[in-house]
Write a protein that binds this ligand. Structure first.
Ligand SMILES: C[S@@+](CC[C@H](N)C(=O)[O-])C[C@H]1O[C@@H](n2cnc3c(N)ncnc32)[C@H](O)[C@@H]1O
Length: 286
């Protein structure tokens, strides 16, 4: 039987997320920032506590797994500017790091010397991007950390990451914790999976990903981790808890991110009945 997807739902979801991203970008440029922004490593640790191996700290775990890359490791945060996150690792552990965020709001919002006038004076903020390099940015430059402005789901952004940041190298540690920003993302799992595959392919052998899963994966993540752990035992390892994922891409991991077929997604959604958030995906438009 030919599987049908509600294409109107898919199109409306993508339109909705693009509109949310435009609104959020404008708000950030105006200095209106979310409560959870540019968080320190300890804050990420709290979010991922359910998937971090028992008794380990997030930073120590990453540095242990990537020990053979110490001094050469490459880190990438998606959906965040990453300054305070990467400042929490052992100095020099990462050779270079980047945060991919809708805007680079570091001159506006920084935990380091607070210039409160910057919050109010919009023109100063705009000019400030070039003139008022804060201490936070200077510290980032010294750590070889940069911010890439853009929509992480846009092909142009992933191309920019490949060409300007990775330049032929691979990511060893990737993390995404968008908190409330997660609800701005589209819920359509095939669109999300296509994008996730682009980032998966940026990851090198023996690399780790911590992901606060987008809502579109919530109904699928348990079954997906079972699939991965059964089919690729030891080569690709997935731990899922509380809608968080720890993925370890080992030696011999599949080149492409394993994904479910449309019929398998339909089957999982059907088994979850009215509680599945993905039901509209298969509802025939009126
Ligand atoms: C609640 S903040 C979390 C920031 C950071 N990860 C942290 O934990 O402190 C959500 C962030 O996601 C970013 N964001 C939302 N949609 C995005 C998208 N499509 N591409 C890139 N960044 C996005 C926003 O710019 C915002 O900085």
């Amino acid at each position: 039987m030919k599987e049908r997807i509600n294409t109107q739902y898919v199109a409306s979801e993508i339109k909705r997320y693009r509109e949310s991203a435009a609104i959020r970008s404008a708000a950030e440029r105006d200095g209106r920032i979310n409560h959870i922004e540019n968080s320190p490593l300890s804050s990420f640790e709290q979010s991922f506590v359910g998937v971090i191996p028992e008794g380990e700290r997030l930073g120590a775990y990453v540095e242990r797994v990537l020990a053979d890359r110490a001094g050469r490791a490459i880190g990438l945060e998606l959906g965040g500017v990453g300054s305070r996150l990467f400042a929490g690792f052992t100095p020099g552990f990462f050779e270079r790091t980047a945060g991919v965020n809708l805007t680079d709001y570091r001159p506006i919002f920084s935990s380091e010397p607070k210039d409160t006038t910057m919050h109010r004076d919009r023109q100063k903020i705009m000019d400030g991007l070039s003139r008022h390099k804060t201490d936070a940015i200077i510290a980032d430059i010294s750590r070889n950390h940069r911010v890439i402005e853009g929509d992480m789901l846009a092909t142009a952004t992933s191309q920019q990451i490949e060409e300007e940041f990775l330049r032929g190298d691979k990511v060893n540690f990737m993390i995404r914790r968008m908190a409330a920003g997660n609800f701005d993302l589209p819920t359509e799992p095939f669109f999300l999976a296509k994008n996730a595959n682009r980032y998966y392919q940026m990851m090198g052998e023996n690399s780790v990903l911590f992901d606060e899963l987008p809502t579109g994966f919530w109904n699928l993540s348990e079954a997906w981790s079972e699939l991965v752990n059964t089919h690729y035992s030891g080569r690709l390892i997935a731990y899922v808890a509380d809608n968080k994922l720890l993925l370890h891409k080992g030696v011999g991991a599949p080149k492409k991110l394993p994904v479910f077929s449309v019929s398998k997604v339909r089957e999982i959604v059907a088994s979850q009945g009215k509680f599945s958030t993905l039901r509209p995906l298969f509802t025939t438009p009126a």
